[in-house]
Design a protein around this ligand. Structure first.
Ligand code: MG
Length: 296
């Protein structure tokens, strides 16, 4: 199933998208009726999913997808969005060689353990919304196409072999980064957390619909293909990431882990190719739709 958050006729709602008919079955009222929770967003749906799953199967699409305004599927994750640095071999090399990595020496390309940093929820942006250029702060805005894992079931100390039991589904994230800020502040938080630096969507595809360990991922800037890879090439796979993070941090329904970007980001070129106002970034992951954002 494809779960979306949207605005229609001035009201925010969530729903199931039937991609064969492009119709949406709204779910907000169903959640309000069947679960005792004050908010009726996709985090609540994920949390109470096992209680309402039978009801969801019978919902009919009534709204035209083309008539709604997409919202980010999750705008209020239980904690910051957890992201993985240098998790594809070729990208790890291009990043270290670019000189923008304050955390590694040249030649020290491949991490021994997953590098985890976070982006705040305040940076989340929906597909088709505009990315602020932050021209007064950064001259080196960059894009990073990534597969993001949405946690479904709470867990701590999750073992690799059980990791996928805790996954609800997947979406796309563009890990927008101010490279000069990432370098200057050494710790990556500021460079990766500016407002609008976490485009996410277009929706969440449930885990049963895709093989997350074998998905083609592509990113175009102004129609030019810049990134092309497959998620099977992750250095640290999804079970390893879940085991590592959950070893001492309880994962909760609605938590998001963005798995890292492949080669082909702006700093991978010589000279680097940073984003400018008016540029459009389109990211496509097999089975997950596409995420499109223009730089304001
Ligand atoms: Mg990234």
């Amino acid at each position: 199933m494809k779960f979306i958050a949207f605005e229609y006729d001035g009201t925010q709602d969530i729903g199931i998208l039937d991609s064969s008919t492009d119709k949406i079955a709204p779910l907000g009222n169903i959640l309000a009726k069947h679960i005792d929770n004050n908010t009726h967003d996709l985090v609540a749906l994920i949390k109470y999913f096992s209680e309402i799953t039978g009801i969801l199967d019978n919902q009919k699409g009534i709204l035209d997808f083309s008539k709604v305004k997409l919202k980010a599927p999750i705008s209020n994750p239980p904690k910051n969005i957890m992201c993985v640095g240098k998790n594809y071999f070729e990208h790890a090399q291009e990043f270290t060689q670019s000189g923008f990595d304050a955390t590694s020496k040249r030649g020290d390309n491949i991490p021994d353990h997953p590098i985890i940093f976070t982006k705040p929820a305040s940076a989340i942006l929906a597909s088709e919304e505009k990315i602020k250029s932050h021209k007064n702060l950064t001259k080196q805005l960059d894009y990073e196409a990534e597969l993001a894992v949405i946690i479904g079931k709470q867990g701590t100390g999750i073992k690799k072999e059980n990791a996928f039991d805790h996954v609800f589904g997947y979406t796309i994230i563009n890990d927008i980064t101010g490279r000069d800020l990432q370098l200057k502040h050494r710790q990556w938080f500021i460079g990766k957390s500016l407002d609008t630096s976490c485009p996410m969507g277009p929706w969440i595809t449930s885990a049963d619909e895709v093989d997350a360990e074998n998905l083609n991922i592509k990113c175009w800037v102004n129609g030019e293909l810049r990134q092309e890879a497959n998620t099977r090439d992750l250095i640290f796979d999804i079970p390893t990431l879940i085991e590592t993070i959950s070893s001492g941090i309880t994962l909760q329904p609605g938590d998001i882990i963005s798995t890292g970007t492949p080669a082909g980001v702006g700093i991978g070129f010589d000279p680097p190719r940073f984003l400018s106002s008016g540029d459009t970034i389109r990211i496509e992951i097999e089975g997950l739709g596409h995420l499109i954002n223009k730089v304001a």
